[in-house]
Design a protein around this ligand. Structure first.
Ligand code: GRF
Length: 203
């Protein structure tokens, strides 16, 4: 299974996927990392790991449609079976998403359907929830709303601030995303009637 990763920033989730895929028994190969930001830290990490990289700078395009068309062209050049969004901070057009329907997955730093969108950790603290976490889901046109593949919960502790909570969730993300990609890549987790069913608890 060929996997491309879309990133915008530091790339710690991307790095977790690259590390997992380096294991001989992992069912997927990371074939490319594409960033919409030329200076994303993720690019240097990917290059060091010997993975092909590309930049499609959103600032160079007059519209979301034009950017997405070029992103699509760049992606298809690597012929991925699965596309992983890992801290990719652009809203994608419905047309682009439709072209990758059922093949694009995302990690979101909250237990969906709670706290869609940005600033999830601040909003979790504000809400006073005692459990928070992260979700890997299939990407559909409605943001952060696609079928859930896997989730991991972490406690919210008294005295947490945004940074301590974010760090605890991020560590969980780094464990969850490789596990979810493994499930998705093997077909152990798959779409059925608009939800994800999982054949075995652990693949
Ligand atoms: C992660 O928390 C991810 O869930 C969110 O953005 C952050 C990206 O971090 N969408 P990194 O670039 O993977 O380090």
């Amino acid at each position: 299974v060929r996997v491309a990763i879309l990133v915008s920033g530091r790339g710690s989730n991307m790095a977790a996927l690259i590390d997992a895929a380096a294991e001989p028994d992992f069912p997927a190969e990371i074939v490319a990392v594409i960033s919409n930001r030329p200076n994303a830290g993720a690019l240097a990490i990917a290059e060091r790991a010997g993975i092909a990289t590309a930049v499609v700078d959103h600032k160079a395009f007059p519209s979301r449609e034009a950017f997405d068309a070029e992103l699509d062209r760049a992606l298809r050049g690597f012929a991925p079976d699965v596309v992983c969004l890992a801290g990719f901070m652009r809203i994608l057009t419905d047309g682009f998403i439709a072209g990758w329907a059922g093949r694009m997955i995302n990690i979101h730093p909250a237990l969906l359907p709670s706290f869609k969108g940005l600033d999830t950790h601040a909003r979790a603290l504000e809400a006073g929830v005692k459990l928070h976490g992260c979700t890997v889901h299939v990407v559909t046109p409605e943001m952060d709303s696609g079928p859930i593949i896997a989730q991991a919960a972490v406690p919210v502790l008294d005295g947490d601030d945004e940074d301590t909570l974010a760090a605890r969730v991020l560590a969980a993300e780094h464990r969850l995303y490789p596990r979810a990609l493994r499930l998705w890549a093997t077909g152990a987790a798959r779409l059925a009637d608009g939800r994800v069913i999982t054949e075995s608890a652990e693949a």
